[in-house]
Ligand binder design. Structure first.
Ligand SMILES: [Zn+2]
Length: 297
């Protein structure tokens, strides 16, 4: 029946428009079909795109950046801190904050003691880990990283090798070597804390302030929303001769004095037992002087 109607319709059109009109009517039908197909195709593409976006959002929610959920309560925008440090601006609108930072860990000797004290004092810190030392500590070291993370401390990257000659040959940054060295530690952290873990906080071995050609690194960090954090106070546990706990306490206080925002450099690597011994008194100083303890993420 339908066919007949079409034939009749086309014939009628033909009568009025001549043979040329038949062709026009046919191409009109083809055109309509084409439009319908295009519309369906577009709707399908939109559906796929929306599904992709939804999946991406879901993945994003699973991402862990530097700290766990509890740790978020103590974390502070590392980019802000980085900017302040590089402009030597240690003010913080009248509010005192301190970032306890531990480099070159983990160690199976000092890290457990540092963790115990932080727990006892109920304060949080940021750990700048080096891949080589994670490797050195084996299983025990992986357990320690999990502990650091699960207790709400922040995890940051301090390279794999810590080798100045590799990262800054002739005192000048080798960006490719630098990136691949840090990536190695990143992958180790993913292995320990799961594939969704990443950190956007790094500390350059020897300090960002110490090397040439660092503007290339800055561009890279900016493009990737990452922050390099140096320090504006230190306990002195990595300079000159070995110091006693008392000397470390004094140096920390002396270098932090008068600063509203303090980023305190310490080390929890092998041989830094005095750092752990000095830690309770250092924490006491900041508590007594009204500082809040924050972490970098
Ligand atoms: Zn270091």
């Amino acid at each position: 029946m339908k066919k007949n109607i079409i034939v009749v319709t086309i014939s009628v059109i033909a009568v009025f428009t001549g043979v040329k009109g038949v062709g026009a009517a046919k191409s009109y039908i083809v055109e309509q079909k084409q439009i319908k197909i295009e519309k369906q195709k577009k709707a399908e593409e939109e559906r796929i795109e929306a599904e992709k976006k939804r999946k991406e959002e879901e993945e994003k929610k699973k991402m862990i950046i530097g700290v766990n959920d509890e740790g978020k309560k103590y974390s502070y925008d590392a980019l802000e801190v980085s900017k302040k440090l590089s402009s030597y601006d240690y003010s913080n609108n009248g509010e005192k904050i301190v970032f306890l930072t531990f480099d070159d860990g983990t160690s199976t000797t000092v890290t457990p003691e540092v963790l115990r004290i932080l727990d006892e004092e109920d304060v949080k810190a940021t750990f700048f880990l080096t891949g080589q030392n994670i490797e050195r500590g084996g299983k025990e070291s992986k357990k320690l990283i999990k502990e650091e993370f699960s207790r709400g401390h922040a995890i940051a990257n301090h390279s794999y090798s810590h080798d100045y000659n590799k990262l800054y040959p002739g005192r000048k940054l080798d960006l490719e070597a630098f990136k691949s060295d840090f990536e190695k530690t990143d992958n180790m952290l993913k292995e320990v804390l799961g594939p969704y873990f990443s950190t956007r906080v790094i500390r350059c071995p020897g300090g960002h302030m110490s090397w040439q050609g660092m503007d290339h690194l800055d561009t890279y960090l900016e493009e990737n929303n990452m922050a390099s954090i140096d320090w504006n106070a230190l306990n002195g546990d990595a300079e000159g001769r070995k110091k006693s706990a008392e000397e470390l306490v004094n140096r920390a206080i002396e270098t932090a004095k008068g600063k509203e925002m303090v980023v305190l450099l310490m080390h929890d690597t092998y041989g830094k037992e005095e750092t752990a011994k000095a830690l309770p008194q250092i924490i006491q100083y900041f508590k007594e002087n009204g500082y809040e303890f924050k972490t970098l993420s």
